[in-house]
Design a binder for this molecule. Structure first.
Ligand SMILES: Cc1cc2nc3c(=O)[nH]c(=O)nc-3n(C[C@H](O)[C@H](O)[C@H](O)COP(=O)(O)OP(=O)(O)OC[C@H]3O[C@@H](n4cnc5c(N)ncnc54)[C@H](O)[C@@H]3O)c2cc1C
Length: 562
């Protein structure tokens, strides 16, 4: 590589958000775009075969393999914290569930950011219309869905007798069977829709990056680590220097990269966009002196831009994986234990692209309120026709299911902090799970509601026997302890560089606000963060589709400002 590397826009991270941004921004012919990805290509066959998450998660080839710090709320355990690494980012290893979030979430975002465009629909609300525009829905366009977008959404290609019975049992407990989620109010029980195309994973790289990779104005550097953002004094004001960039004293002018064992610099004439994910983006910023001054001082990192908003803002969902042994129905456990049926599954996949190998880990879902005072459903179940003694261990050899329940709007808050000033060293991740009385209470209610469903008549023929947490755990105290022992991440970290209300002078009344509603970072012109970090509050559901909503909104705002 010779000569200075110069682009208009540099996007750091080719994950869910980065792939969409690369697509949209490179559509403007005169603009040179660089997309930088620390991981490799996404051509490994286990990335494409849905059941391949068994081999991609916890594999350093495709996963950053972070670990949380020991969690006091999880009985001192440190949990594996998977984040995708490579083209497609986490969308190349995730569970493929397509879930938009609930209208309540986006109406709340509109209120927190003062930007009515986040509203679900109605006056100025753009959320539903953007989801429709992004979608290629198996059933064609209708009031809720679109068919001309890039994100393929399909129904699962395998059904399970035991999950059909679970759906009936949920209905007997007041959670109605519905056709689908994603209409704004998710209350009910249905098979999840998935990001797949004819039995193969449809990652955000498949949707947005591969179709445009040939564009001459788009360069993609894989196996290239961004070490830091380069800055200069902000001397000129540009038309886009509004809101969070008004009165900025610094301007991002490029990035320093580690590529092929060498440190190189790439300059950005217009902008640097961090899309390195909730862990990566806040880590890059803090390693270069943007963050809470007190924390940066601990690592002797000179403060370039003091933003106390990096304190206690990591939001994440915790899943409680209960396990019930069953009779009279088959699950993945027994299919996998038998070598003949394993061959059958492989043949079924190879010949028809059907069967258990097309399966997302969780196939059936349900949403309800933990109590009637909740503004919308705040519990989500992911029901798996399989079970393991512990997350990450081999399957049980007997038939069993895992109804995993999750509090969708936790009040516990965590942090991503430096562990070292060297950007190549992993950051410290503190989730602080179950650190509020409310979260503990909702965890107990979630386990009790799971038990009620498992006792409903529709499941009686399968003689469910509770293995985890186990029938001996009954008191509030027992169940709180059970939650601490069973709880693990469901891989939805968000909010580490949160959007909020920022006035025309670049000021915010909320110290936790890091970005304005167009993803501009306060006080540093030419720098945006567009990924899951930007969520002001975690959505009440899985997070990939909401990240795509944000990336599309960001792309529209950026293109409109040029
Ligand atoms: C195991 C798992 C299961 C999940 N299941 C679901 C699901 O079923 N449904 C759902 O909706 N959501 C799911 N999620 C969450 C969803 O995938 C994420 O919310 C979403 O992909 C986040 O997108 P992002 O753009 O913020 O980050 P990512 O997609 O994680 O992208 C960040 C990218 O930046 C790169 N990067 C990081 N640091 C650097 C650096 N210094 N230099 C260069 N590149 C860097 C990373 O390698 C990565 O490619 C799951 C996530 C995981 C990990």
């Amino acid at each position: 590589m010779s000569g200075p590397l110069e682009f208009d826009t540099i996007i750091v991270g080719a994950g869910s958000a980065g792939c969409l941004l690369a697509n949209r921004l490179s559509a403007q012919r005169g603009q040179r775009i660089l997309l930088v990805e620390a991981g490799g290509e996404d051509d490994w066959f286990w990335i494409k075969i849905p059941v391949g998450y068994l081999f991609t998660i916890a594999n350093p080839r495709t996963d950053w393999c972070f670990k949380t710090q020991p969690e006091p709320g999880l009985a001192g355990r440190s949990v594996h914290y998977a984040r995708g690494r490579g083209l497609g980012g986490s969308s190349s290893i995730n569970a493929m569930i397509y879930m938009r979030g609930q209208s309540y979430d986006f109406d709340q975002w509109a209120q927190l950011t003062g930007d009515a465009r986040w509203r679900w629909n109605g006056e100025n609300g753009q959320t539903l219309s953007i989801y429709k525009a992004l979608e290629n829905y198996f059933g064609g366009a209708n009031d809720w869905h679109g068919e001309t977008g890039e994100i393929r959404v399909e129904t699962p290609r395998v059904k399970w007798k035991i999950l059909d019975a679970w759906q009936q049992a949920a209905a007997q407990q007041g959670i109605p069977s519905i056709d689908e989620f994603n209409r704004g109010n998710n209350e009910g029980c249905a098979y999840f829709h998935v990001n797949q195309r004819r039995g193969r994973r449809w990652s955000m790289a498949d949707a947005f990056l591969h179709p445009v990779r040939h564009r001459e104005n788009l360069s993609v550097f894989t196996n290239t680590r961004t070490l830091q953002v380069l800055f200069e004094e902000n001397r000129e004001r540009r038309p886009s220097d509004q809101s969070a960039w008004a009165n900025a004293t610094l301007r991002a002018r490029g990035v320093r990269l580690l590529k092929d064992g060498q440190i190189i610099e790439a300059r950005a004439r217009k902008e640097v966009i961090l899309s390195a994910g909730s862990i990566g983006s806040s880590h890059i910023l803090q390693a270069f002196g943007i963050g809470d001054p007190n924390h940066l001082a601990e690592f002797y990192v000179p403060v370039r831009q003091g933003l106390p908003g990096f304190v206690l803002i990591l939001q994440n969902h915790l899943q409680l994986r209960t396990v019930f042994k069953i009779k009279n129905a088959c699950t993945v456990n027994s299919l996998y234990a038998n070598p003949l049926s394993r061959i059958g599954m492989a043949l079924q996949y190879g010949l028809l692209r059907r069967g258990p190998m097309t399966m997302p880990p969780s196939t059936l879902g349900a949403f309800t309120k933990s109590d009637p005072s909740q503004p919308s459903a705040n519990l989500e179940w992911h029901v798996q026709p399989l079970s393991l003694p512990k997350f990450g261990e081999p399957l049980h050899e007997f038939d069993a299911i895992t109804p995993s329940v999750c509090n969708l709007r936790p009040s516990s808050r965590g942090q991503v902090l430096l562990q070292h000033s060297d950007p190549l060293q992993a950051p410290s991740i503190y989730c602080n799970y179950l650190s509020t009385p409310d979260d503990l209470d909702i965890a107990v209610k979630g386990i009790e509601a799971t038990r009620a469903i498992m006792k409903a008549e529709a499941l009686a023929a399968y003689a469910p026997e509770e293995l985890l947490p186990g029938p001996a755990k009954v008191s509030q105290q027992d169940l709180e302890q059970a939650a601490r022992e069973l709880g693990t991440t469901i891989f939805h970290p968000v909010g580490t560089c949160a959007m909020g209300r920022v006035n025309n002078e670049g000021e915010s009344e909320n110290p936790f606000t890091v970005l304005d509603t167009s993803f501009r970072l306060r006080g540093v012109a030419g720098l945006r963060v567009v990924d899951a970090s930007a969520m002001p509050t975690i959505t009440s559901g899985n997070t990939n589709a909401p990240v795509m909503l944000m990336a599309e909104r960001a792309a529209r705002d950026i293109l409109a400002s040029r």
